[in-house]
Design a protein around this ligand. Sequence first.
Ligand SMILES: Nc1nc2c(ncn2[C@@H]2O[C@H](COP(=O)(O)OP(=O)(O)OP(=O)(O)O)[C@@H](O)[C@H]2O)c(=O)[nH]1
Ligand SMILES: [Mg+2]
Length: 252
Amino acid sequence: MSRKKAAKGKAPNSSPSAGSPGGKGVGKAAWSSPSIVQMNGVVHPSRPSISSSSEFYDIAFKVMLVGDSGVGKTCLLVRFKDGAFLAGSFISTVGIDFRNKVLTIDGVKVKLQIWDTAGQERFRSVTHAYYRDAHALLLLYDVTNRSSFDNIQAWLTEIHEYAQQDVVLMLLGNKADATHNRVVKREDGEKLAKEFGVPFMETSARSGLNVELAFTAVAKELKHRSMKDSSEKFKLHEYVNKEMKGAGCCRT
Ligand SMILES: Nc1nc2c(ncn2[C@@H]2O[C@H](COP(=O)(O)OP(=O)(O)OP(=O)(O)O)[C@@H](O)[C@H]2O)c(=O)[nH]1
Ligand SMILES: [Mg+2]
């Protein structure tokens, strides 16, 4: 397997398929001409970056963060990417943004290109355009916000409408650290996830609870699927259940 180089902070590539989000409602990310092409569901760079901060990788996937505004999508991504929590005033994402991170999974360098979508309704059409190319979706609600949990069903309907049928999906109940403001029980999240057959865990961008695990689980599933190595059986549900730590604990 030849190893490629991951450009950090460069514009994401092929989505939506037109090559640009239409120039409408797009926020922080600078979109330019495609630098990655998609082959057999795995993303390969056609023009590797020479950026000094680049990291080599073997395979690449696109992961999208979705869910209501304020559930903590941006904070989760920043926690995963930089190991920090964005404290202070809430700055709602405009349009769509992205960050890259390379993980080593069983000796294979897996690049995740993580798209941080805007939860606000007015950007929904922008988000729709990106679903199609996503290999995995992390669907978030906020355990301190009931309506964000009640809206999960609507998000799932949208996902079924716009995303690939075989997209890897995981439900995350974020802000598990906020015990005093919690209004959604962990069991409620577990029940909903079971109903829809998706893996579930509670996370906290503030404490770091299960953040690394959520992205690693998705990367493992995508890597195993793309390698089609039948000698190695990987079950996302089983992996998540085995590795997951409760909200009372502190896995980072
Ligand atoms: N206590 C706690 N607060 C959090 C956590 N994650 C995010 N927040 C706070 O929740 C607010 C919203 O976080 P964001 O990450 O900006 O939310 P978002 O989902 O990206 O929102 P949009 O960009 O509008 O879709 C901010 O004030 C964060 O500080 C968490 O894990 N725990
Ligand atoms: Mg955001």
